[in-house]
Each structure stands twice: as C-alpha cells, then as structure tokens.
Design a protein around this ligand. Sequence first.
Ligand code: GUN
Ligand code: ZN
Length: 435
Amino acid sequence: MQLIRANIAHFPTATKQPEQDISIILDGGLVIDNGTIVAVAPFNEVNASFPQASIVDHSGKWLVPGFIDSHLHYPQTQSIASYGEQLLSWLENYTFPTERLFSETAHASDIAQVFLRQLLKNGTTTGFVFSSVHKTCCDALFTAANEINMAIVAGKVCMDRNCPEDLQDCADSAQRDSADLIEKWHNKGRNRYAITPRFAPTSTEAQMASLGELACQYPDVFIQTHLSENLDEIAWVKSLYPNAKSYLDVYDTYNMVRPRAVFGHGIHLHEEEWQRLHDTGATLAFCPTSNLFLGSGLFDREMAKQQDVHVALATDVGAGTSFSMLKTYGDAYKVSQLRHAPINPYDGFYLMTQGAAVAHKWENEIGNLNPQSAADFVILDPHFDELTSLRIKPDAPFDDVFFALSILGDDRAVSETWVNGHCCYNKKELTHAMV
Ligand code: GUN
Ligand code: ZN
C-alpha cells in the first residue's frame, strides 16, 4: 500500500460544468493498493487512516488522473511531422508507405514499444489506437500494453479499396481477423477492442456490411473511424456513397453509430449529423494539432455543447504533431480562440480525463481518482524549468497551472506516470517500465 502526497485535481462525476464540479485537494493524499485507488483526501486524514502505507512525497506538484488520448495511429509514430500536404495526398505520400512496413511483426513490436514509451512520458495512460491493416500489428500493441497492464483500446484497420493493393484486406478477412482479435484481446486484462474501418472511402459497402454485422454481434466493443475531416474527403464520400444522406449516414446504415463509437474529427458536420450523434450517444474526437497541421478546419466545441454531443480530446498522431495531451489542449484553446469561444482549462482537463471516460462509458475504471478506479495517474511539475518557475506562482490555482503548462509545456512537465499502481515512467531517472 502506498500513499502519494501532492496537490490533487480530478472530476469525481460526469458534469456539464467542469469549473464547478472539479475536486481540488491542496496537500492531498492518494492511497493505492494492488493497482487500485483506495482513498483520496487531505494528506493528514489519509495518513492517519492508513499508517501502514509507504509515503511517496510529491509535495508542491500536482497529481491528476492519467490522460486519455481518444484517437491516434501507432504505425504513424515514425512518419509524424511529414511536410506539406492536406489529408488525401498526405495519406498517399506518407501514411500508406509507412504503414506498409508493419507487415513485419518484428518491426511492429519495436514500434509498439516506442509508441507506448511516448504515451507514458507524456502522461497518457489510455489510448484509442489504430494499428495498420495487419492483424499481427494489432497483436503486437496489445501484447506490449498487456505487459504493463495498460488500458489500451486498439483495432486492426480495415480497408479494401482506394489504397495500395498490398495494404488491402477484404470484406470477409476484415470480419474474420477483427473477430479473432476481439476473442483474443477484448476484456482480456485491461485491453479493449475497437472495430476500425479506416474511413468510408477505403471500405466497400460489402466491407461496411460485414463490420456492421460484427458490431451487432459484439455490442460492447468500441468502434473507431474518421468522419468529415476535410472538404475533398467529404465530396469523395458523397460520390462513393450516392445513396447516403450524409457522411455519418454511411456508418449509420451499417449500425456503427452508437455509444462507444468514436469518430475522429467531425469538423464539417450538418445539422442532422449533430442530431444523430446526440441521439445515439456516439463520441467525436477533437484532434486540434492534426486539424491545424493538415489544414482541415476548426472544430466547433460550442456546437457540440449546444447539441449535447460527447467530445473527447485526441492527438491523432501522426497527423497530430505531439503525443502531449497538454499541448493538445493548448492547441484546442487556440482553435477555439479563432472561433471566439475559448475552451477554458477546466473543460480542457475534463476532455482528456473524466469527460473522455464518461463518453467511452468507462468511468468506473479510468479518468478519475475515485476509490475503486484503477491507479492510473500523472505527477505534473509546474516548475520544470526556469520559465515555468517564473510564470507559475507556488500557490497558483490548478486552472492557472494547467493552462500555463498546456501552453508552455509538454512531456517536460510530466515527472511520473503511474499505470495500474506502478510507476512506469520517471523523468528524473528516465526509466520506463519497458526497455
Ligand atoms: N482519414 C483516414 N485515414 C486517416 C489517417 O490516418 N489520419 C487522419 N488524420 N485522417 C485519416
Ligand atoms: Zn486519425
């Protein structure tokens, strides 16, 4: 049993008013045992109640729930920061050639390790991850995550047209391979599976139908894909699916719009698509660094609020330009400034912790520091360098600390990342749970 001493911030419940419902405990204590949170309260109280716990002292730092990155691509780790294109030519010129390398299992295993190390050093303890089309690529990630009991959601990308032939599966193999992976990994330890059609243009109607059938067979698995990211993409979807009422309707026709369906982007949506996302309880993943990098557009957080649609923040690496969820909120703030409706730090923090967990129906385990939740948390250091030491006063309130670290910080602000009760990343010692 361990007692971690620090200032503590989290959202114990679902909320539409994060600034009112945040729980802040100055000089707090988090008691953990066997990978699970036992208690969270002022340090003096828990110290008296759990005298047997060994104390880990992070006084002056902030302890927050591990971050949830709700959409990213692990085979794109090595093609991050590739110059000069918008979505469709970027996919052709950088993404597909890189994903091709993942037919080699050894390569997939190597990059899975790099990828998880990047998540951990940035304080991310859960990711919603696209693998490549190769079943073994998805296996490699689950295997690596399983070794450290990390809660990862992943899926084999399915695509059977409009991409290089050697990267195509087919309707039957996509269903069969996805079903095999569900049976092997979904709910095994902390792993969860996501049925993953890449996006409407790269799946035939036959493949959509076979994946929709699978989704009905497994009502609790996640679904992840892309939606309305780029105007050329949307026009292409219209020509490929002339009978669909909208882009979202392509997925809806095949029963893939539902709770635990996570749609990357959703920048250019029509009224009826917003309505349908609300009615079904699906989630939009807001990926600001990616949207700016590919010139895709400005996500409308205010509309999502008005329409009461779940939103979760995400990096979308490798179109996203950083693994840091702090930086991701920093860019979400800048996007929202251009829309004249700034996303405040409470909302930003919510969208990468409890808000994401609630959207994904997973708040019994992740996203918060409630007793019984998994001990997945991050220690943030407000004074990681000269500039943040100058800017962030020792008694600065959490919203100011979080905002300044999101604008000025990145992985350098993360002192430690704990997964399932174990410290898996320690900046000072530069140690990782993995090699
Ligand atoms: N749309 C289809 N595939 C992708 C991808 O890999 N990245 C992004 N950002 N959008 C996509
Ligand atoms: Zn993506």
